[in-house]
Design a protein around this ligand. Structure first.
Ligand code: ADP
Ligand code: MG
Length: 252
């Protein structure tokens, strides 16, 4: 409780002075406003966040609170309307789409609820794709993709296509694809949302392993049980950070 109170009292701290060594994600007064005809929707209204290397963070909040908008900004899929975002110490808030795409490919591994795999491609090819985009030579690419598939327990499923795999196996392929570029953050939006609870727990065990291997993980979930796998839980409400505390797993 004491720790929780200390963190809560720190909630709206400005990050205007920017990143310090070891910070992977720093946002200062991040706003995102969508223009809908003559209406404006303020999806984010001044988010200040600081996430350090090898943190394991869950972002929770009700539907419409701004979670996906925040993930899109953190993942360099979109730019803020106002405020600043430093990724690994670099200000990325004013980059153009091409520059964002390059950073995204290098720094971010995405895992989605619906897996988002190429249906007609083998596991191996799906995992090789990010390496094809960044021009890794064929032999190195195949070797790297195979080794990552083995590391997520799919060594015997390399030549299977998504419809020949279970949901849990598909999500493992997606996780291997997210890892293949050795990104500085893994961003997962409801990664267990399409899985039964046993398979979901297996996927969360894999995230635990990735975290132990030194990865920085940010996951969005509306399920409290899933959020408790993380070490820190940030709650978003009406486009602002409404809570930031250690998970009960850590407080124990
Ligand atoms: N592309 C968009 N255009 C207009 N409004 C949007 C768009 N995306 C999200 N919104 C609005 O922004 C708010 C936050 O949405 P979102 O980030 O998707 O929330 P969450 O992921 O927490 O459900 C909601 O009011 C939503 O309707
Ligand atoms: Mg959402």
């Amino acid at each position: 409780m004491a720790i929780e109170t200390a963190v809560e009292s720190n909630l709206s701290t400005s990050n205007a002075h920017g990143p310090t060594p070891g910070d992977v994600i720093v946002t200062d007064n991040l706003w995102k406003t969508y223009e809908m005809g003559d209406q404006q929707v303020h999806a984010l209204r001044g988010v200040n966040l600081r996430i350090r290397h090898n943190e394991y963070v869950a972002i929770m909040g009700p539907s419409g609170s701004g979670k996906s908008t925040l993930m899109n900004l953190i993942g360099c899929l979109d730019s803020p309307s106002q405020g600043r975002y430093w990724l690994n110490g670099h200000d990325v808030s004013e980059l153009n789409d091409d520059e964002l795409a390059r950073i995204r490919n290098k720094e971010i591994g995405f895992v989605f609820q619906t897996f988002n795999l190429l249906a007609r491609a083998t596991s191996l090819h799906n995992v090789e794709l990010p390496l094809i985009y960044n021009g890794t030579p064929a032999a190195a690419r195949t070797e790297r993709a195979k080794s990552v598939l083995e590391s997520v327990g799919l060594g015997s499923r390399m030549m299977h296509k998504p419809n020949e795999l279970s949901g849990g196996q598909r999500q493992r392929v997606a996780i291997a694809r997210a890892l293949v570029n050795k990104p500085s953050i893994i961003l997962a939006d409801e990664p267990t949302g399409n899985l039964d609870s046993k398979t979901g727990d297996e996927i969360m065990a894999l995230f635990d392993e990735l975290h132990s291997n030194g990865n920085t993980i940010v996951l969005v979930t509306h399920e409290p049980d899933i959020a408790e796998y993380a070490h820190r839980i940030i709650t978003i409400r009406d486009g602002v950070v409404a809570g930031d505390h250690l998970s009960s797993r850590i407080r124990k």
